[in-house]
Design a protein around this ligand. Sequence first.
Ligand code: FAD
Ligand code: NAP
Length: 538
Amino acid sequence: MADGSVVARAPLRSAEVDAVVVGAGFGGLYMLYKLREQGFSVQGFEAGDDVGGTWYWNRYPGARCDIPSLFYSYKWSDELQRDWKWTEKYAAQPEIHAYARHVADRFDLRPMIAFETRVLSATFDETADRWSVVTDRGDEVSCRWLIMATGCLSTPRAPAIPGVNSFAVTTYHTGAWPHEGVDFTGQRVGVIGTGSSGIQSIPIIAEQAKRVTVFQRTANFSVPARNGPLTERDLALFWKGYDDYMALVKGPGMGFGGNPANAPPETPEARQARYEELWALGGAGFLAVWGNLLTSLEVNDEAATFVRAKIAEMVKDPAVAEILAPRDHPIGTKRICVDTGYYETFNRPNVELVNLRATPIEEITPAGVRTSIAAYPFDALVFATGFDAMTGALRAIDIRGVGGVELRDAWAAGPRAYLGLAIAGFPNMFVITGPGSPSVLSNMINSIEQHVEWIIRCLGEMRETGRSRIEADEAAQDAWVAHVAAVADKTLFPRAASWYMGANIPGKPRVFMPYIGAGYRRKCDEVAAAGYEGFVVA
Ligand code: FAD
Ligand code: NAP
């Protein structure tokens, strides 16, 4: 509950359902809807006290989507899509959360979900082909199908800095922000981290606080959002192109791929004109400038140089602009940020930038932060330090498959999943937007819908044919994992120490986790049409 109390309820002991869905973000909500629609009995579990997932937890100031809201919304209900009115091009967190709540109410999904309940373990019973799911509320639920909608960015992580828990005043993490909000008025605030969460929150915190000190380890590329109210004209244009857009989304080519036909023109003037055009338009669409932006270092360098020049124009102090200019990774190989007034914030007299490459943080102390050359006292400390991405939420659960093998052990050298949907040795378990699927490199809502629709088709066909067990075949999984890596290796992505690579977590194996190839939907459909090729079905 928002007031800190926990809803009393009796544990669901020895309950038997067809399916358990873990997580009630956009993935879990749609999965619950489809399961019920297809007549499966289902139990959902959600650690938070409400639906929304990402948009429930990430309530930091400035949180908003970086894909335009008209596109970052469900496509599976035309009525919903037409009825819901986004107010801005990029809606802010409260509006996206309200949308998730609206979906839950409109489709009556809440009764299927046990809130404030964390799934602790899931154990596969090989004789019954069923999972036993145990929660922190003492529930023990048996299910045939276990669907993990636990999210790619749902395990916030504090920075690995000595003394991280010793700060005596209040510490906030952007990914677990207090529901009541935070008033920084008159405070000296330290912000560690300059990824998307830092870049969105720093301008707003700076408007409130007496003083903000930003600790930057790696400079990131950010493009202006050019956010604003959605107009009738925007809506008319959106609906005019909707069928074409949907044909693309539902088409076989879904996945990253890039458009090879979109080659840079020969003259530098023509290329600069295109950069300027996209910069003026705003948003992450900047990365679509050329089809080979993420495969040719030379092409990438030119686009990166353009953005660095823009930073130098926006930031008045050349020394500060130079620290903010990203130079250690190709543009787009870390998630590009989409900001509103980020660089200009460093022109404010109450904002200071600390370059951790030159003066690293040595420790967090009860009073604040101490770097190699100075101590910074604070009234509040914000960790915008990101997530144990893609695998964190799954590894946090004690999942045991065939032979009692733990998922954590099966993934000790990095995540392995067939199509990012299923894992060898863990029958009847599916992961929505798991590692090895386009997931975080795509519009996540589209990828969620594609996975949910594939899973429900599979479960329907299993039921129709009276089969009770489906498991990814080890050899098919190995081949898919090798393909995911081979495709990534042809791009510039592995050159960045990004969370896509697991590089943000000390000791995490460096594996490029999302699938960046083209034709992903077609591949999934072909697998299903061929009687679940690459799966062992019993
Ligand atoms: P989540 O929304 O992460 O939901 C997972 C849920 O599972 C959580 O509520 C969590 O509490 C619950 N859970 C996890 N483990 C357990 C457990 N053991 N027991 C019970 N419950 C559990 N993507 C885009 O495509 N466009 C964007 O603009 C965009 N913006 C983003 C902004 C932020 C700040 C962040 C962090 C991510 C953003 N993303 C964006 C990615 C975003 O995570 C997805 O778009 C989408 O919301 C994920 O939905 P989901 O249901 O898969 O996972
Ligand atoms: P992130 O991209 O992982 O950024 C974390 C930041 O913290 C990085 O600047 C990182 O520096 C820094 N950091 C981590 N540990 C540190 C340490 N010990 N000392 C100093 N600095 C440290 O996390 P995020 O900003 O929360 O974003 C995660 C993802 O969520 C995004 O990439 C995006 O997919 C999604 N998201 C989207 C939006 C949006 O615009 N819609 C907003 C927020 C999040 P290094 O780079 O040097 O590691």
